[in-house]
Design a protein around this ligand. Structure first.
Ligand SMILES: [Zn+2]
Length: 482
């Protein structure tokens, strides 16, 4: 098809977030990909389009966001979440690419067979494009080649109990065994990094305080049970493993620390990167915006592991994003049924120590982070970099996802950045509408989301799912229903 043949979609925006900055642009889309990008005043040079999307004055065109940390939980824990609801919520939040975590589905994605089961559950059921992480658990090293061949973007392990029995944590030796195999395969290891010994010690002290009458509904008590030093110790070991195994495989021993929430772990990551080790780390909207001092006792919708910490930690995480020490902001969307949260308004105990840890936010990440960024004077294009281009690049999807460049999939989000958004649980598409952001007034409304050149009708239950399955090996999209 030559440059003069017609476009499927022409997008006209006074403000478009492009790799070089925000400017007025016209984008032509053909066959689901961005075929051409020109200055808006050169729109007349473009061939005719079957459909035109002209943004309103208060709207900004963004690349669809890339959320590489989502727990969809299907199959197996579909009362918690599922592909239909999670990806509809993603689309409503401007997210067009999701990478699903290997737990808390049953089976966990720790074998090639389990990956096939997950593909079968997702096929034809997703509203955005979805890729998959595998898992590293004790004894599954020989499964990793099959998982990588099956298209996973890497594999995740825990250094401490994960919260579900079927996904066991690894010892430092097992972590190295998994990392070495993934390096050999040209893939990467994700690590939930908290030191179980530090956590055990903290838990003992907390149990003593409860025995002496401390209230288990206290957030401060929960915070004491998951100290930052547990993260620091585990991150130090992850860096040591990357150093010991450097030189293995085509890309080295690539390790990525998920949901980093400790200010004192940041210098360890920075030093590893300065040393040239392939170590990266992400953080999440809640760590950037929720202040431990403001969490009411018993408000277990705020519980996640590691926990949200102090305002000073938030400042350090923002600075680390600015400095490139943290490469991305992803949701760690991890819902469960309300009963497991032990919510007091539902008659639960509000026990922070016993409640399920996990925050649901895939639909809200952009307005949550943008609202805080705006107050800090951080421009929108930086936020978009952390939530789209950087996570896409980290999983090998640069040029395909997360950027408005010629050749990329035409995944778009239309954002009204100044419009106020009142977070009402009823407007959330997740299966369980429990979120710490309920009642918050945020800035930034996603007016529409486009996947490979087509508008996603995510708002309607029963909307036709048109998302595809992403395979890391070869970057193939197994397309959704036409
Ligand atoms: Zn997670």
């Amino acid at each position: 098809m030559g440059p003069s043949s017609g476009l499927d979609l022409l997008v006209l925006a006074e403000r478009a977030v492009l790799p070089g900055g925000t400017r007025a642009a016209a984008l032509g889309v053909r066959d689901g990909r961005i075929a051409v990008v020109v200055d808006l005043d050169r729109r007349g040079d473009l061939p005719a389009a079957r459909q035109v999307l002209e943004l309103a004055d208060d709207e900004v065109l963004l690349p669809g966001l890339v959320d590489t940390h989502v727990h969809v939980n299907e199959p197996g824990r579909t009362a918690w979440e599922g592909f239909d609801t999670a990806t509809r919520a993603a689309a409503l939040g401007g997210v067009t690419t999701v990478v699903d975590m290997p737990l808390n589905s049953v089976p966990a994605t720790t074998t090639a067979d389990a990956l096939r089961v997950k593909h079968d559950a997702a096929r034809g059921a997703v509203h955005v494009d979805v890729g998959f992480w595998g898992g590293v658990v004790p004894g599954n090293t020989r499964e990793l080649a099959g998982l990588v061949a099956g298209g996973v973007f890497g594999a995740k392990c825990f250094t401490t109990p994960s919260g579900v029995d079927e996904f066991e944590h690894v010892s430092p030796a097992q972590l190295r065994e998994g990392l070495a195999e993934l390096a050999r395969l040209g893939s990467r290891l994700l690590v939930h990094a908290e030191d179980p010994h530090v956590l055990d010690e903290a838990a003992e002290q907390v149990a003593r305080r409860v025995a002496e009458g401390a209230d288990p509904r206290s957030f401060a008590l929960f915070l004491a049970s998951r100290p930052a030093s547990a993260e620091d110790s585990a991150v130090a070991d992850v860096v040591a493993a990357a150093r010991e195994l450097r030189g293995l495989g085509p890309g080295g021993a690539q390790v990525h620390v998920v949901h980093l929430a400790s200010a004192s772990a940041l210098p360890l990551v920075a030093a590893a990167r300065a040393e040239g080790l392939p170590v990266t780390a992400e953080t999440c909207p809640h760590y950037l915006t929720l202040d431990a001092a403001a969490v009411p006792d018993g408000a277990t919708q705020f519980k996640c592991c590691p926990p949200v910490r102090s305002a000073q930690t938030q400042d350090a995480l923002w600075a680390a994003l600015e400095a490139g020490v943290l490469d991305s902001v992803v949701s760690d969307h991890s819902p469960c049924t309300p009963d497991l949260k032990l919510l007091q308004e539902d008659g639960g105990t509000g026990d922070f120590l016993a409640a399920w840890g996990g925050i649901a936010s895939v639909q809200l990440g952009l307005p949550v982070v943008w609202t805080a960024a705006r107050e800090r004077g951080v421009p929108l294009e930086r936020v978009v970099g952390w939530m789209a281009a950087r996570p896409a690049a980290r999983v090998g999807l640069a040029g395909r996802k997360g950027s408005l460049v010629v050749g990329a999939d035409a995944d778009l989000a239309v954002l009204a950045p100044e419009e106020e958004l009142l977070v009402e649980p009823g407007s959330l598409a997740f299966r369980n509408k429990v979120t710490p952001y309920a009642g918050q007034r945020l800035r930034g409304v996603v007016r529409s989301t486009w996947l490979r050149g087509r508008r996603v009708d995510g708002a309607d239950a029963g909307a036709r799912p048109r998302g595809g399955l992403l395979h890391a090996a070869g970057g193939v999209v197994e397309d959704g229903p036409a």
